[in-house]
Design a protein. Structure first.
Length: 236
């Protein structure tokens, strides 16, 4: 039933991927009995991503906000449908917004959250984490936005969690990163993000680029999403 609910809501189906994750042992106690997850990915428009060359465009910024709003509304609908069959869930928002309770001093210090969308997605077998800390899906490369939901019921799934990067020797995103935030090391589940990627450097450069490009106080770039050859390989 849960799979059917997702398929009913994720339309058109070719624009979405989803997977189920067993998060037992990975979820903070504050989430109580919600030990299972759903990862949902929405494909991004190639035309908009291809236009990102030297930094974010205003079109990408507006698109980014719209996709986040759409994913938030989508998960609210799925949550409601799940309740109708007796399944409770918690929605993890597509992104942390300034002014929200999650946007606090601790978050600004570490740039980490209790449960990341990328972690849920890798546990659901949808892809891996790249050298610039992007989630790279097997279906769309990094050209997608993620949203996650926690469930209080075990999900029937044959998903195999992804434990390590499949980026190999490719370092295109490392070379193109304007913040020089990546070390070039490959991700795996045993390595801390800070060993291969400096999120603070990325955040500062994103803020600088957004102010320079369209004079808005936000953190957004998109260059590594645009240059990743994984997306191009999938479409050739």
């Amino acid at each position: 039933m849960i799979k059917e609910i997702l398929e009913k809501n994720l339309i058109p189906s070719e624009e979405f991927i989803f997977g189920f994750a067993d998060l037992r042992g990975l979820v903070d106690k504050k989430f109580d009995r919600f030990h299972y997850g759903i990862s949902i990915g929405k494909r991004l428009d190639d035309r908009i991503i291809d236009d990102i060359i030297n930094g974010p465009t205003i079109e990408y910024y507006n698109y980014y906000k719209r996709i986040n709003d759409e994913l938030a509304e989508l998960t609210r609908k799925i949550h409601s449908d799940l309740l109708k069959i007796g399944v409770d869930s918690k929605i993890l928002k597509p992104t942390i917004s300034e002014g929200s309770k999650e946007y606090n001093k601790e978050y600004l210090r570490t740039l980490t959250v209790d449960i990341s969308h990328k972690m849920v997605a890798t546990r659901a077998g949808l892809g891996w984490i790249g050298k610039t800390d992007l989630f790279i899906s097997r279906a769309f490369g990094p050209r997608l936005r993620l949203v996650s939901m926690l469930l209080n019921q075990k999900l029937a799934s044959d998903s195999v969690p992804v434990e390590e990067s499949e980026c190999g020797k490719c370092k295109i995103c490392v070379a193109k990163c304007p913040a020089h935030a990546a070390t070039g090391k490959l991700w795996n589940t045993k390595i801390h993000r800070d060993e291969f990627f400096d999120a603070q450097k990325c955040r500062e450069k994103c803020s600088e680029l957004a102010r320079k490009k369209f004079n808005i106080d936000v953190r957004i770039c998109g260059i590594c999403v645009s240059v990743c050859p994984m997306s191009h390989n999938l479409h050739n």
